[in-house]
Design a protein around this ligand. Structure first.
Ligand code: NAP
Length: 286
């Protein structure tokens, strides 16, 4: 049985990837932060699922769980690490707090690096057997390639994930460990609800962005409306793992061609104006 480590499996994309790999016969070690999430997943998935407990910002907890997995898997090591756990948020770049910037980097970027470093010895054990595929899949975002306004901090963390992933892929070739980036556009998960403003608690009340941020949930709802099911990302990660010669990055989005154009073809000034029109419409709507 092949061993897979996945971060952030309590909901959304991480849960979908876990279900796809368990159904395909893999053993999944999936990280959660709450005991009740672990119990719920154990109940659903049985012995194919082993909970790991850590926060992505907690070095010691991550190292301790890597040591525990090492004892369980022994000379087999782990064949796949999926760095999925992360947070998002809508923020105006000139007003976002530096503390929040540090926190979102700590979770989305440094968390991915901490987990990769801690589990690297277990990937190396696996890759010593040349007949077994050993890979890391990093869940980035379309925002790791093209930046929507008011998603600047999140996009910055995902651009960093893209750079770290490229460095990893080029540096881990010597071990035969491949690194693949998944770049989802809008996917139907809890991340959307977590991002929505709570009634009466709008951000940036004392700034020029007050009116826009009172209505910005409309933009979130537009994206949510078009979102793809998380299972599609799960299937794509399985394909990226099993394929002999996978691409280095996969964009998965409802209007994939639009993302592709935004990344490769459309000039920055055109994109600037498209986003301006989109957000003016939201700000000046009734
Ligand atoms: N949904 C989208 O449209 C979309 C698009 C592009 C990229 N992505 C990326 O996909 C990944 C998964 O997001 P999702 O949409 O599935 O969201 P989600 O349903 O909110 O899942 C996020 C997962 O990350 C975990 N997590 C958050 N902060 C953590 C921390 N400090 N330490 C440990 N675990 C933490 C959450 O655990 P708790 O339940 O304990 O909070 C949860 O299991 C993220 O990297 C996100 O950036 C999502």
């Amino acid at each position: 049985m092949k061993n897979v480590v996945i971060t952030g499996v309590s909901s959304g994309i991480g849960l979908a990837i876990t279900r796809v790999f368990v159904a395909a016969g893999y053993k999944v070690f999936g990280s959660v932060r709450k005991k009740e999430d672990a119990l719920r997943l154990k109940e659903e998935l049985g012995d194919s699922y082993e909970p790991l407990y850590f926060d992505l910002t907690d070095d010691d907890a991550i190292k301790a769980e890597a040591a525990r997995v090492s004892e369980i898997v022994g000379h087999q090591g782990i064949q796949l690490l999926v760095n999925n756990g992360g947070i998002s948020g809508g923020d105006a770049i000139m007003h976002v707090s530096i503390d929040y910037m540090k926190h979102i980097y700590d979770v989305n970027t440094l968390g991915l690096l901490r987990v990769s470093q801690a589990f690297f010895p277990l990937l190396k054990v696996s890759s010593a057997n040349k007949s077994v595929k050993t890979k890391i899949v990093n869940i980035s975002s379309g925002a790791g390639r093209a930046v929507r306004p008011y998603l600047g901090p999140y996009a910055a963390t995902k651009h960093a994930v893209e750079a770290i992933s490229d460095a990893m892929r080029r540096e881990l070739m010597r071990y035969g460990i491949d690194v693949i980036i998944i770049e989802p556009g809008p996917i139907a998960t809890e991340i959307w609800n977590k991002n929505k403003a709570k009634a009466g608690e709008y951000k940036y009340q004392d700034t020029d962005y007050a009116t826009l941020f009172q209505k910005i949930d409309k933009g979130v709802e537009q994206m949510e409306h078009n979102a793809l099911p998380a299972e599609k990302v799960g299937m794509l990660v399985l394909k990226a793992y099993t394929k002999k010669k996978p691409d280095t990055r996969y964009l998965i989005a409802p209007s994939r061609w639009m993302f592709w154009l935004a990344i490769h073809i459309i000039p920055d000034r055109w994109l600037d104006n498209m986003f301006k029109k989109q957000f003016d419409k939201i700000e000046f709507s009734k």
